[in-house]
Design a protein around this ligand. Structure first.
Ligand code: FES
Length: 66
């Protein structure tokens, strides 16, 4: 990842937060979470089986962001 690249976080309607660019994600112990891709989807509905990542469960759970 290019450290000069700006990091953006986009909240998708009724869906996850999409993080693009360099960012360090840490678990509750402060250990780094390996990012699988350059852009990742972070669950904000609470229904994902692979938290912190979004697995698409927001669609089935009827999550509404508003
Ligand atoms: S936002 Fe997609 S599973 Fe939670």
């Amino acid at each position: 990842m290019n450290a000069d690249q700006p990091t953006t976080i986009t909240a998708y309607p009724n869906g996850p937060l999409i993080v693009r660019g360099p960012v360090e994600l840490l678990d509750e112990s402060g250990e780094p979470i390996v990012q699988p891709r350059r852009a990742v989807a972070i669950c904000r509905c609470g229904a994902s089986a692979i938290k912190p990542w979004c697995d698409g469960s927001h669609k089935l759970s009827g999550f509404a962001s508003e």
